[in-house]
Design a binder for this molecule. Structure first.
Ligand code: ADP
Ligand code: MG
Length: 274
């Protein structure tokens, strides 16, 4: 069943008198349980697309539906509710709250859904156990390795049992070994739990866990392939080399993630007061 559908989606940002066309007419369908990798050079619109797929933002033109709900027809409060229930976000920079323990970080999105304290704690412990951090639940983010922080972030993304996991360069700040563990976790979410996993990546290994690779270029889909290995060997070598070396977008502000978005809005810097 199609879970996410985009038809003729454009996204324009107005900056003074200039208009940035981040997405320029995108058609896309993603089925329940699929793992989709989104690849493409820096600035090609990957994060913008992820924000719309996760109802953090709405298209300028065109139609975006999540599980049949047309984002354009929802009020802000309904968008918040939709993403709170259906979407879990994972970011390159983890976006954990520094002053909270791993357990508290995972509990946080459940507070917004009105889940009781005892149930929150029980569920958060289960999730942290599932990602292999049963013995780290009292640790704060700065007492954890990068790979461990990203596992906390995945546990947090799962807190409200969303159907959709959106991961924007989840292995971008990790060493190869930790990155592989994160990819295995994401793959398991699709295979064991039937979750729909969409990940933005420059990492050929990440593309290999995907059922499908979608390539963006200048805000359009420039290619699509059924398996990661095929796609990276056909049209992408040169194209991917730039962003991987430059990593320019790692430091770029990520607009759209800041508006209070439940789990998505918190910042690694600890400024998201709980
Ligand atoms: P990617 O994730 O592929 O690097 P983005 O989706 O972040 O690309 O950005 C696509 C284009 O839109 C870029 O040119 C970027 O500068 C621009 N852009 C993204 N967000 C905003 C914003 N909030 N305001 C203005 N321009 C933006
Ligand atoms: Mg990006």
């Amino acid at each position: 069943m199609t879970l996410l559908r985009m038809a003729g989606v454009t996204k324009e940002y107005k900056l003074g008198k200039t208009v940035v066309r981040a997405l320029r007419g995108l058609d896309l369908e993603i089925a329940e349980g699929e793992i989709v990798a989104i690849m493409g050079p820096s600035g090609s619109g990957k994060s913008t697309l992820m924000h719309i797929l996760g109802a953090l933002d709405t298209p300028t033109h065109g139609t975006a539906t999540i599980d049949g709900a047309d984002l354009a027809e929802l009020r802000e409060g309904q968008l918040v509710a939709l993403r709170g229930k259906k979407v879990g976000f994972v970011f390159q920079t983890f976006n954990l709250i520094q002053t909270l323990s791993a357990l508290q970080n995972v509990e946080l999105p459940m507070i917004f859904q009105g889940i009781s304290r005892s149930e929150r704690t029980r569920r958060a412990k289960d999730l942290l156990t599932r990602v292999g951090l049963a013995d780290r639940i009292r640790h704060k983010p700065n007492e954890l390795s990068g790979g461990e922080r990203q596992r906390v972030a995945i546990a947090r993304a799962l807190a409200n049992d969303p159907e959709i996991i959106l991961a924007d360069e989840p292995t971008g700040n990790l060493d190869t070994e930790s990155g592989s563990a994160i990819l295995a976790l994401l793959k398991g979410l699709s295979e064991s739990d039937g979750k729909t996993v969409i990940l933005v990546t420059h990492d050929p290994e990440a593309a290999e866990i995907a059922h499908r690779v979608i390539r963006l270029r200048d805000g359009c889909v420039s290619g699509e392939a059924g398996a990661g290995r095929e796609a990276t060997s056909t049209d992408s070598r040169g194209q991917e080399a730039g962003p991987r070396h430059g990593e320019g977008e790692a430091s770029a502000p990520s607009p759209g993630t800041s508006p209070g978005a439940g789990a998505a809005g918190e910042s690694e810097g600890g400024d998201g007061s709980a």
